[in-house]
Design a protein around this ligand. Structure first.
Ligand SMILES: [Zn+2]
Length: 150
């Protein structure tokens, strides 16, 4: 399953908006795996859980070389122009700071990290590559770490 461009998309265009309800860690862990896979971390221990049934935005997959990034907690935005037929992806390092959705990445690209974890946002290379595209709570953590705060 994935989301694919059915018309040309211009850099800066929003391609998906997430909605749903906010769950804490305990609520999240009580959900079926399928629901957890359609969840977006929005703060240290808070998660935006998507609706009862999946919609195309739920299938914006991870890529280690994504064409989209995050604008706020809810919007997926094209980081570059995207052609018809390209899969829409963002790097889950942009949103995940916990271990609720760690997995082996099979993207097979030279830049592939192999394993996607909730600690990937700490990688200096990703922090510079995705500057401005992280979820707000991760952007705040990155800024605090660079100031020596926790
Ligand atoms: Zn990968």
């Amino acid at each position: 399953m994935g989301s694919y461009a059915i018309e040309p998309i211009t850099a800066g265009e929003s391609v998906a908006a997430f909605g749903g309800w906010v769950a804490d860690e305990a609520e999240l862990r009580s959900l079926p795996a399928e629901r957890i896979s359609r969840t977006m971390q929005i703060d240290e221990h808070l998660y935006l859980v998507s609706g009862e049934t999946a919609d195309p935005g739920d299938y914006v997959n991870h890529s280690c070389t994504p064409n989209c990034g995050l604008a706020g907690n809810m919007l997926v935005v094209a980081m570059r122009d995207i052609a018809i037929g390209e899969e829409l992806t963002f790097d889950y390092a942009m949103s995940d700071g916990g271990d609720y959705d760690e997995f082996d990445c099979l993207c097979g690209l030279a830049e592939c990290r192999g394993v996607v974890t909730g600690r990937d946002w700490r990688l200096p290379e990703l922090q510079s590559r995705y500057a401005g595209w992280f979820s707000p709570y991760l952007a705040r953590k990155i800024a605090n770490e660079s100031k020596g705060l926790q």
